[in-house]
Write a protein that binds this ligand. Structure first.
Ligand code: FES
Length: 173
């Protein structure tokens, strides 16, 4: 019974005209549909903030790909979100250079300040914490990417202020 409901729920979602148009355009550029998987998942995320099971299914149906194949791509690629994320994405870099230059303490302070663990979202839905591999700024290590802003040479004492500034920018008085 549970499976039936799940199946019905998945069928309830349909791709919009805009999404279909964008998908068609992507598919024209790849010899096989699977080549467009990441771009297609990113597109769904652009419109919905994350990729639900329902949209994964709708995408697979439209692209004529196995759901499991899209699922494995989504799982492998850590910037495809399979559950809702907060308004601000916090990505401490856990690459080698950042690890050497103090990632661990910065990461600990982020978890303490936000009161969440990796992959989690704060209760007020403001922040999601997701470490990423090398962000390409090794000479500025350790770095933390928050949305589109790269914070360089971060030390643990700066973490609370950095987070507060993001909150203030999002909700100025
Ligand atoms: S290892 Fe962190 S930016 Fe390269």
């Amino acid at each position: 019974m549970a499976n039936t409901n799940y199946h019905q729920n998945r069928q309830a979602v349909q791709l919009s005209d805009q999404e279909r148009t964008e998908l068609d355009h992507m598919l024209e550029h790849y010899p096989v549909a699977s080549g467009a998987s990441i771009d297609a998942l990113k597109m769904i995320q652009k419109y919905h903030g994350w990729v639900s099971d329902e949209y994964l299914h709708a995408l697979a149906l439209y692209m004529q790909l196995p759901v499991a194949e899209l699922e494995s791509v989504a799982t492998f690629y850590n910037l495809i979100f399979r559950k809702p994320v907060g308004e601000n994405l916090v990505h401490p870099c856990d690459g080698v250079s950042c690890a050497i230059m103090g990632y661990r303490k910065v990461h600990q302070q982020l978890k303490k300040t936000l009161e969440i663990n990796d992959g989690e979202t704060t209760e007020n839905n403001a922040f999601t914490l997701i470490p990423l591999p090398c962000l390409g700024a090794c000479d500025k290590a350790p770095v933390v990417l928050i949305n589109q802003t790269l914070h360089e040479n971060v030390n643990p004492d700066q973490v609370a202020e950095i987070i507060n500034n993001v909150t203030d920018e999002a909700h100025p008085e």
